[in-house]
Design a protein around this ligand. Structure first.
Ligand SMILES: Nc1ncnc2c1ncn2[C@@H]1O[C@H](COP(=O)(O)OP(=O)(O)OP(=O)(O)O)[C@@H](O)[C@H]1O
Ligand SMILES: [Mg+2]
Length: 353
């Protein structure tokens, strides 16, 4: 045994549901199979795994269990800071964890704020406005078509084929649907008509492994401008992936450059997946970043990792090793200390960065 690893997560089946919730309300959460697969991968590497479902009991659970480190994939149930809840609690308790910290997770989830930081770093991203009520729409100076999406969602929540709009009337309709359905501000941004890519990154600071660029395409042969990687596309299985993307070297270099600069600008740690799309001139732009990329068997991050020669178990244990290294944790030291620790008691561990 090396580390005692807590595994924090939100299951789809536990997602609180209310009257009028959209059909994609639980889209960002995990199937039990994904959590079990991650736990298996950690155990195969010799770690002891303690399950930590997200919820009100989480704080007392982490306080009464000795954990060397937490493998965190918990997304939280609600609010703009939901992905930051577990990291903030773990930091309060002095427990190391995988992935980005609370600040980066909240910043990345808020797509308008993320775009503002990215833009300030000189990375191209479409012009946008943040809409809090329908009346603001008439003030838009954006060029049609525009893309309309919830400001704080992921996993295609609120992303429908109707999100690409060409007229003020349709813009108002789409804005009003998102405001009333997701009860949060709406990001309206200029539509990028070109090909779509996503880039997985593993590592920290200067030491980054960038996976081969993945192109996301529709199964049918439609032009790039007609494609939206929407909830409909995903749920009807109408997407296909090309990894590595069949693109010239120069474009590969420019896309990688945007992904790496965005990862650093937003202070990501250990892993992230960056979505990028081309404009009408073929120039790549940042769309959004996922510091907690999906790790299911159909998620893009592990599929791209495989194209880099990194299998699923290896990927999980590399993420753990990256986090452990950041904190200066050694499996040997933890194993030796755990043997000498009374069962159930909290041991003091190195709490670096
Ligand atoms: N400005 C835009 N121009 C063109 N297409 C866009 C734009 N914004 C979003 N899209 C389309 O909508 C999809 C989903 O948008 P986005 O990546 O912001 O949502 P998400 O739900 O956070 O994604 P994920 O599933 O990666 O978490 C994109 O992959 C892209 O196909
Ligand atoms: Mg995306």
């Amino acid at each position: 045994m090396s580390f005692v690893v807590g595994l924090s997560y939100n299951l789809k089946r536990d997602c609180p549901r209310g009257e009028g919730d959209p059909e994609d309300v639980a889209a960002e959460y995990e199937e039990k199979a994904t959590v079990s697969r991650i736990a298996r991968a950690l155990r195969r590497d010799g770690h002891k795994v303690v399950m930590i479902p997200y919820g009100p009991g989480l704080l007392s659970r982490v306080r009464r269990t000795h954990l060397d480190i937490v493998f965190n994939i918990a997304e939280g149930w609600s609010g703009r800071n939901r992905e930051a809840h577990v990291p903030a609690i773990l930091e309060t308790c002095g427990i190391p964890y995988t992935g980005s910290d609370a600040l980066t997770l909240s910043l990345a989830l808020d797509k308008a704020l993320a775009k503002t930081v990215v833009k300030a770093s000189g990375i191209p991203t479409p012009r946008f406005m943040l809409v809090h009520d329908e009346a603001q729409v008439s003030k838009s100076k954006l060029a049609f078509p525009v893309f309309v999406k919830p400001a704080y969602e992921g996993s295609s929540k609120g992303i429908r084929d109707t999100c690409k709009v060409e007229t003020y009337d349709d813009l108002k309709k789409q804005v009003s649907w998102i405001l009333s359905t997701y009860r949060e501000p709406v990001l309206v941004e200029e539509f990028l008509p070109g090909r779509e890519f996503t880039v997985g990154i593993l590592g920290n600071n200067e030491d980054l492994t960038v996976f081969p660029i993945m192109e996301v395409r529709p199964k049918s042969e439609v032009p790039a401008e007609a494609f939206v990687y929407s909830y409909e596309t995903k749920s009807k299985n109408l997407d296909r992936f090309l990894c590595p993307a069949p693109i010239p070297q120069d474009l590969t270099r420019r896309i990688r450059n945007i992904a790496v600069r965005a990862f650093r600008a937003l202070g990501c740690r250990d892993m992230a997946r960056v979505d990028i799309r081309l404009d009408s001139q073929g120039k790549p732009h940042f769309l959004e970043i996922n510091p907690l990329p999906g790790l299911s068997s159909v998620s893009l991050f592990p599929i791209a990792a495989l194209a880099a020669g990194i299998g699923f178990d290896d990927l999980i244990n590399r993420i753990l090793a990256l986090a452990a290294k950041r904190y200066g944790l050694s499996p040997e030291a933890c194993a030796a200390r755990n043997v000498g620790t009374a069962a159930g008691s909290r041991a003091v561990t190195a709490r670096g960065k």
